[in-house]
Write a protein that binds this ligand. Sequence first.
Ligand SMILES: Cc1ncc(C[n+]2csc(CCOP(=O)(O)OP(=O)(O)O)c2C)c(N)n1
Length: 610
Amino acid sequence: MNKQYRDLANCIRFLSIDAVQKANSGHPGMPMGMADVVTVLFKDYLNFNPKDPNWINRDRFVLSAGHGSMLLYSILHLTGYKTVALEDIKNFRQLDSICAGHPEYHPNTGIETTTGPLGQGISNAVGFAISEEILKKKIGKKIIDHKTYVLAGDGCLMEGISHEALSLAGHLKLKNLILLFDNNSISIDGPTSLAVSDDHEKRLKSYGWDYIKINGHNFKEISKALKKAQKSKKPIAISCKTTIGYGSPNKSGKASSHGSPLGEEEIKLVRKKLNWNYEPFEIPKNLLNEWKKIGDDAYKKAKKHENKYKKIKINKSLKSLNNLIKKTKDNYLKSSKPIATRKSSEMFLDIASKLPNLIGGSADLAGSNNTKTKNHKIISPGNFSGNYIHYGVREHAMCGIMNGIALHSDLIPYGGTFLIFSDYCKPSIRLAAMMKQRVIYVFTHDSIGLGEDGPTHQPIEQLTSLRSIPNLNVFRPADLIETFECWQLAIENKNSPSVIALTRQGVRPIRDKSSLKNVSSVGAYEILRTGENIKLTIISSGSETSLSCDVSHKLATEGIYSKVISMPCQELFDQQNKEYKNKILNETELVISIEASETSYWKSIQVLMG
Ligand SMILES: Cc1ncc(C[n+]2csc(CCOP(=O)(O)OP(=O)(O)O)c2C)c(N)n1
């Protein structure tokens, strides 16, 4: 076993060190250290399909330690994914190369998620595993029944998000989740003992995980552990004791192999030590064939599983709810009673909980965020027949997990917390936006309109900060009707995550008619005009829109006529044509904004108008 596996693993090692050397930057140490483990995984355990990387029932392989990206590119190349040709590997870290410095998610490529920010991949993997369990329950084991593997290093396990995510995974008994821990005790600054003395085994076991310790360079041990993991009743961690930079006479076991090219001289020594008599980027034919056979066998095995998975058509399902949605809007207008938008959101979810693929949740604020309705069923340890996840007080992991849920297949995750805690979610929101994932954040208590709870309730800069994230739609609806419209837009938008910022205090209707047309879809529109000869434009969002209407009416009594623009989504407004934007923004010389928030976006609007 040893020689064959060692030779195969060396293909990964040398492609990685040659690519890093050619790019003159990158991380050779981790791929050299974990090559043996992933060789056994891909050769003997992983179900995958190089010819159909999107095959729904594939095992997911997540490289949480994203800096070791060459490990992933090497193995995708060697097993025959079209995604990564040898030319791409030679272009490692160059602009537009699929082999980016850290893996960047592209559908249908084998790169399952964007990683690099350490720890995120662990939370994504928990999301993959949750999705798998939910779908398995919904559509049956014959169609979905797979594992999720996540490779994480010391750094990932130090990050706070790993604590949150692994703890929830243990609680939920995600038995299809396998953590491959690259336990090399080295990070950038040196030995991990500089900063951490956790007992990983006790830690993971206390979360409800199984834990196996192996020598990550011993093929028999690797195989035995992976075999055991297939039948585990709990999530399982395999701690692989490895040597970073394995094979490098002067740099193995040292931080110096972590994140810089080994250097021409050292690479010559590695070639000698590992008996690798080939040129840079040269893989001998017999080994290339063996790797291709691994890919071909995986393909044949995958093909046997006929793919009966049918995509869930969400827009059609939404349309079927239109009558109920219209009725609720009409009732609201009839009664004209102030309703908090968080409550309106609950009323929407009450209807939308019938959608087959909406998976709700909250970070321990279900009742305050109004994210859980009477129709929701809780997902509990080992039982995934529900559609609502109690994430616990784990905002960061909630958002990283939602990324995994969205990436896995057709499920649409939404999760709630207070807007002020969006700061705890930000790294994962940014990644959802970069990966174009439909993740919906329900952020309530969205202004200083309430204050008793001080630092846990008074968002000032959060809206601005969220609006500065490219490809994130930030919705701040003004009343029930806008809330419904914003929810519909968030659900329909397949390629962007959405924030829906909601009030705790009641707001009265700003429109007097409801229609099936989604007026919020243009981002901003005129809601009130008090006279013909207007001198002032008032732009507003959320709870301040009805206030703006009051101001406009009051001014009219003094002979100053104005229009009020409701702007529930600045990003959608920015996408409108110039003519429309001009009509909204440039009719009057004087424009003011009323929003309970930091004001820099509004200043940029002034610039936009010239
Ligand atoms: C959130 C985050 N912080 C910091 C970094 C920078 N960084 C990249 S790798 C690394 C050390 C990781 O150590 P380890 O997981 O042990 O990887 P190994 O040295 O074994 O390759 C750090 C700090 C990062 N990528 N993400």
